[in-house]
Design a binder for this molecule. Structure first.
Ligand SMILES: Cc1ncc(COP(=O)(O)O)c(C=O)c1O
Length: 438
């Protein structure tokens, strides 16, 4: 591994400035007009101007994409382009696109179609799943009388080991539903190895992958990781909220699912989604390709997209390295007394840019409030929340402050954050000394 792989590589200053200019509200909360660092991108990413402007422009049109007037035909074409771009994101050569209001709804629809219709006596999933994948697996497995098997997490890496999953799979496994990267620890699972090992046991096993957390940070390549179904949430990538996208292989596309009787069996779209979302996802892919074109001279959209994603990933890794280890100007999280970095796997090639941290002496909600007072938006993942409890119990800790920046952040943002964290931890320690004297 070379040094860039380990420590990442920042965008150069000119490109960084251009990228920042393409986002809304990086440094100021538009409602309060106060300065802020938005480090809750795993809950919904900073918005790309291009994608959101494209959404608004198209959303003004009343035309029905299934009608025949010229603007309607343009909207239909826009949708076909968006479907092609979703396939660009996944490197999918065949199969169907699924649309629904959220990524969770996409997941439920796919899990239901597979578990209700594919033979097999058990369903395998992991304790790290988002509730949309976990609960859909449980609900439909119960309904069909199939056994549910849950792979344990690895509390050191924050992920799930290949072996923990594979030992649960046998010839009677109907489907494996596995997350690509954790929305708590940022750990990226070795999906390529998981698929290989699972298919060595059962060559025709169905595999579903929740890529909502990973898609904004890394390349997905279904040629290398041929799963049957995968979903993404555009609002975690800079697009507006209001749609979830998925991809299903040809054999899943043909399974019984909710659709109009007159439509082709492979269609997974019900009704007419807002066309603005299609304009937004096209604009997002344009944006990533534009980043790719800064270092790659190529006309192929997928090649540019891959290059752009890799540049974003390397920039985020460089920021993550600095956040953990510090810069010339400030200490990193690993060295700030009174701060704990949970699930701190040394190997940053296996992590998306999510940090799980805690402040000694205060609970995670208090820490999130203190950070917000200083203008930093983060989010507490705590054991009392249904969105976190199973994952946290499995990872064997009671919660954390989740810190999730985005590739449009720069080194100054990270330093500002580190200084605020240092101040807060010093303040907590002073107050606890005062209390112990009283
Ligand atoms: C890993 C993961 N999967 C699925 C979802 C659900 O996405 P949506 O809100 O679009 O249903 C989320 C949302 O936070 C997530 O982090």
């Amino acid at each position: 591994m070379n040094l860039d792989d380990i420590r990442g590589k920042l965008f150069d200053n000119v490109l960084m400035d251009c990228i920042r200019d393409k986002f809304y509200h990086i440094n100021v909360d538009p409602l309060t007009q106060k300065e802020r660092l938005f480090f809750d991108n795993a809950g919904g990413a900073l918005r790309l101007k291009g994608a959101n402007d494209a959404f608004k422009k198209i959303d003004e049109l009343p035309d029905c994409p299934e009608h025949s007037n010229s603007s309607a035909l343009s909207l239909h074409e826009l949708q076909l382009n968006a479907y092609a771009d979703i396939k660009t994101i996944f490197n999918a050569k065949s199969g169907s696109i699924v649309t629904s209001l959220t990524a969770s709804m996409v997941m439920f629809e796919i899990a239901r179609a597979i578990i209700e219709n594919v033979p097999g006596t058990n369903v395998v999933t992991t304790a790290l799943e988002h509730p949309s994948a976990y609960d859909s697996a449980i609900i439909y497995a119960k309904k069909m009388g199939k056994e549910i098997r849950v792979a344990e997490t690895n509390p050191i890496t924050g992920g799930v080991d290949v072996e923990s999953i594979v030992k649960l799979i046998d010839k009677n496994t109907c489907v494996l539903s596995v997350i690509y990267a954790s929305n708590i620890s940022g750990a990226i699972l070795d999906i390529e190895e998981i698929i290989k090992a699972a298919r060595a046991i059962k060559p025709d096993i169905y595999i579903i992958c929740d890529a909502v957390q990973h898609a904004p940070h890394g390349v997905i390549d279904l040629e290398k990781t041929p799963v049957d179904a995968i979903n993404i949430a555009p609002y975690k990538m800079g697009c507006p909220r209001g749609i979830g996208f998925g991809f299903v292989s040809e054999r899943v596309a043909e399974l019984p699912h909710d659709k109009l009787v007159s439509k082709d069996r492979s269609i997974w779209e019900l009704g007419s989604p807002a066309s603005g979302h299609f304009a937004a996802i096209n604009s997002y892919v344009d944006y990533v390709c534009w980043i790719g074109s800064q270092s790659l001279d190529n006309d192929d959209r997928r090649a540019l997209f891959v290059e752009g994603m890799n540049r974003m990933k390397m920039h985020e890794r460089a920021l993550m390295y600095k956040m953990l280890n510090g810069t010339l100007n400030c200490k990193g999280l690993r060295d700030i007394q009174g701060v704990t970095v949970y699930l701190d796997d040394e190997d940053l090639t296996k992590r998306d840019f999510i940090m799980a941290i805690g402040f000694n002496g205060i609970n995670h909600k208090e820490a999130v409030n203190l950070l917000e007072k200083e203008g930093v938006i983060t989010y507490e993942r705590v054991i009392s929340s249904p969105y976190s409890s199973r994952m946290l119990e499995s990872l064997k800790f009671d919660g954390c402050v989740r810190v999730s920046p985005f590739h449009c952040h720069n080194v100054e943002d990270i330093e500002k954050f580190l200084k605020i964290v240092l101040n807060i931890s010093q303040q907590i320690s002073k107050e606890s000394i005062k209390k112990s004297i009283v």
